[in-house]
Structures are given as structure tokens and as C-alpha cells.
Design a protein around this ligand. Structure first.
Ligand SMILES: Nc1ncnc2c1ncn2[C@@H]1O[C@H](COP(=O)(O)OP(=O)(O)OP(=O)(O)O)[C@@H](O)[C@H]1O
Length: 251
């Protein structure tokens, strides 16, 4: 986790983000001649792109928040910073409680290990001890419905199979804060429905959810709050329904 200081936040705060800035370096492929000319002319061969411009966001425990915005607006970058897989250039991030993130298909899995070995690896990354993973192993595999392939190396898995195992492990870590990026879309419809039902249960139990999705109907149903990003800035923070309506040009 990047920073875990929620001292100034209230006791019900789950996520506290202040002044978050993220820059990426854009490199350009150039020929040797162009590189030499750039050096002679003292022109930079790379430039910086600011993906997030000082984001402030507080999420209360038990809130279900949809991060919305068009392609490239900074949603995944913000989620990666909150989950701790990426570090900000400026600003602070505080998260209270056990956090599980489904951010990229296959992230946290080792390709040369089997599904079974990866359940233990991924479970450990998400903070479960070996005895707990062993106790929950059968439930994890049953949820994923990929029993037949559990001893196959995951480099042979399809993206839907990765999602199945990753989602199954993540929900069995008993997360207090659950971050989900677009990846549900790689699951087939029955599995997506099963994931959504489980997410609903987590919400009903008072877990904090942050969801990135382009499925506007789904997030309008699932989430209570919507935050709209535009070019790395928050431009709306309202009910999910109203933010979805605005994105559809109705608001
Ligand atoms: N590793 C990286 N290197 C360079 N630029 C990046 C990197 N990751 C993201 N970006 C850029 O940052 C901006 C925000 O990207 P991000 O993936 O957060 O957007 P998004 O809102 O999740 O988009 P989408 O809806 O298409 O998934 C984009 O312009 C993207 O090209």
C-alpha cells in the first residue's frame, strides 16, 4: 500500500485520497538519425503526460462507488494507485481495512505455476495465511468452476479462466475494500451474473466497493455514488444514476 495514513479522516472513512498526481513518460520510437538530430537540436526524446491532475476523493465505509469516464480519462490509473500496484508522483492515499483488487486480468498470477499453486500465491499476496487458504481452497475452486484445469499451468488459461480464479480468490479473502476494474467483461454471462450476485452480497454486508466499468446500466443498478473523470480531473460526484444520465447526455 502506498500510504496508510487516515488519521485526519473520520472513523467511517475507507479510502482517503488527497492531491493525487500521476505522470507517465511517453517515449517516441525514432531512427538513429532522428535521435542524433534531436540531441544536436537539444529537443527531448520523450515527454511527460499527466494522467491525473490532483485528485481529492473520500470514500466512506460501505459506499459503492462507480468510477466513470470515457476512454483514457484516468479511471484505471486511479484504481491502481488506490490498490497500491502503482505509486503516485504527488499526493497521499489512505485505505482502512483489508483490500482486494481485481485490476488486470492475470495480474498476481505466475504463468509457470498451476491454478492450484497460484491460488496459494495470489491468496498470500492478498494477505491470507496458508492455513486459511487451505481451509478455503475447495470453496475457491468450486466458485471458479474450473476444477478440471486446476492443476494446469495458468499460461494455458483463457482470460475468462483467469478472471474466474482471480475473482474466486479475491472474494474469499473477505475484503473490506474491494476494487474491480473492467475485467468482469471477459467472463461469460453466467459467470458475470454470479460475480454480480456476490458483489451485491458484499455490498449488503457493508463492504466498500469501487468499480470501473463502461456497463452504465450495471453500475447505475449496483452503485450508490458515481464519480466522473474527464482528462484526469473529477468533473462530477453525485448519485451513480445522475452521473450515468450525464454520461448518456440526459443529465
Ligand atoms: N503505463 C502507462 N504509460 C503511459 N501512459 C499511460 C500508462 N497507463 C496509462 N496511461 C495513459 O494515462 C491515461 C489514462 O489511462 P487509464 O487507463 O487510467 O484510463 P481509463 O479511464 O481507465 O481508460 P479506459 O476506459 O480506456 O480503460 C491514458 O491517456 C493512457 O494512455
Amino acid at each position: 500500500m502506498t500510504v496508510t495514513d487516515v488519521s485526519k479522516a473520520t472513523t467511517t472513512t475507507a479510502i482517503e485520497v488527497r492531491g493525487l498526481v500521476k505522470d507517465f513518460t511517453l517515449r517516441h520510437n525514432r531512427s538513429l538519425k532522428e535521435l542524433a538530430m534531436a540531441k544536436i537540436r537539444k529537443r527531448p526524446i520523450s515527454d511527460t503526460f499527466r494522467a491525473l491532475h490532483g485528485i481529492d476523493l473520500t470514500v466512506q465505509q460501505g459506499e459503492s462507488l462507480a468510477l466513470l469516464g470515457f476512454n483514457g480519462s484516468g479511471k484505471s490509473t486511479l484504481l491502481k494507485l488506490i490498490s497500491g500496484v502503482m505509486r503516485p508522483d504527488e499526493g497521499t492515499i489512505g485505505v482502512r481495512g483489508r483490500i482486494a483488487g481485481l485490476i488486470e486480468v492475470g495480474a498476481g498470477f505466475h504463468p509457470d505455476l498451476t491454478g492450484r499453486e497460484n491460488v496459494f500465491l495470489n491468496g498470500a499476496i492478498l494477505g491470507m495465511d496458508e492455513a486459511t487458504i487451505t481451509a478455503r481452497f475447495d470453496d475457491i475452486v468450486a466458485f471458479s468452476e474450473i476444477e478440471r484445469f486446476i492443476d494446469t499451468e495458468v499460461k494455458f488459461y483463457s482470460s475468462g479462466m483467469f478472471l474466474r480464479l482471480a475473482f474466486a480468490v479475491a472474494v474469499h479473502t473477505d475484503p473490506e475494500v474491494f476494487l474491480i476494474d473492467e475485467i468482469l467483461s471477459v467472463g461469460d454471462e453466467p459467470f458475470q451474473k454470479k460475480c454480480l450476485a456476490r458483489i451485491e452480497e458484499l455490498r449488503a454486508e457493508g463492504r466498500t466497493l469501487v468499480i470501473v466499468s463502461h456497463d452504465l446500466s450495471m453500475v447505475a443498478n449496483l452503485c450508490t455514488r458515481g464519480v466522473l473523470l474527464e482528462q484526469g480531473r473529477i468533473v462530477a460526484d453525485d448519485t451513480a444514476e445522475r452521473v450515468v444520465a450525464r454520461m448518456r447526455g440526459e443529465g
